[in-house]
Design a protein around this ligand. Structure first.
Ligand SMILES: [Zn+2]
Length: 296
């Protein structure tokens, strides 16, 4: 039995995973949006899960951002009230036990590598195309976090092979501009569509219009696919993973995968590129499942 928590921007979920990989318990609540209330929600959810399975465990938590190896304080979280806070220390005090934190995209990568879409592959690169854009890398079953905890992150690298229409690009909350997160996240996709069309639509509305044959929506989805392909091709040229797993809301758009491989292969520095790009097996549950595996 393992217990994990997914600390998401809109919801917080806790789950117990049994030894066969099934859910023994799972509970979720909206993220209250402030630090002290969110800390309390985590403790309450852990108590609920442990009460229902009758077991207490060390806790793994998937978070946006990561703890700084220099200070231990959270940085780079798009739930920005976490930044600069001693989240791990506070959780350990509240829960009275050791807690491991990892970036939510790292938890996705770990979950999908162990028993998800990347199972059986020696290297798994996983990307969240959600509220933000995070990524993680697992090699031979081990999460690669890097010396400074930012290994595999691509969300705040600039959009590669940018066209004249794409530069200088939008300002990003991180202080840079033209970050991948400003293009290939849900908010980035909606913004790009808005800039091009003047329509203030959600991602769902754009996708619906694309399926109904709306020419501007089709063009924007095609551009999104090409931007994702450029991002992944630059990863392949650095890491050349065996398989790429996509998570987050945009990963649920089947049309995104149509022709994606050709668009990646066109930019990969190799005469052949035939790795698969697939949606996460565990969908939105990958964060909580990966978090539960941080103590393996
Ligand atoms: Zn950025």
């Amino acid at each position: 039995m393992r217990i994990g928590v997914d600390f998401g921007g809109t919801k917080i979920e806790a789950a117990a995973i049994d030894d066969a990989g099934g859910f023994a318990a799972r509970v979720r609540r909206p993220n209250p949006g402030s630090y002290d209330s969110a800390l309390a929600v985590v403790s309450e959810l852990v108590a609920e899960v442990e009460g229902s399975v009758g077991a207490t465990r060390a806790i793994g938590i998937a978070i946006p951002g990561s703890p700084s190896p220099l200070t231990g304080l959270i940085r780079n979280a798009n739930s920005q009230y976490l930044n600069g806070r001693p989240f791990q220390a506070d959780l350990q005090q509240d829960l009275g036990r050791p807690v491991r934190l990892a970036n939510d995209a790292n938890c996705l990568a770990l979950s999908e590598a162990v028993d998800g879409a990347g199972e059986g592959h020696a290297s798994v690169y996983a990307v969240i195309l959600g509220t933000g854009c995070g990524a993680g890398l697992v090699i031979d079953g081990q999460l690669v976090e890097g010396r400074h905890g930012v290994a595999a992150e691509m969300g705040h690298n600039p959009l590669p092979w940018a066209t004249i229409d794409e530069v200088p690009g939008p300002a990003c909350w991180c202080g840079q501009s033209n970050c991948l997160e400003t293009w290939i996240s849900g908010s980035g996709f909606a913004r790009a569509h808005h800039t091009a069309t003047g329509r203030d639509w959600t991602c769902e509305q754009i996708v619906e219009a694309m399926r109904a044959g709306d020419a501007q929506a089709i063009e924007q989805v095609n551009l999104l696919r090409d931007r994702v392909a450029r991002a992944l091709a630059s990863v392949v040229n650095l890491v050349d993973p065996e398989i790429i797993v996509l998570g987050g809301g945009l990963s649920n758009i089947p049309e995104l995968y149509e022709g994606l491989d050709k668009a990646i292969a066109a930019r990969v520095f190799s005469d052949i590129w035939n790795a698969a790009v697939v949606p996460a097996r565990w969908g939105d549950s990958s964060g909580v499942r990966g978090a539960a595996r941080l103590w393996e």
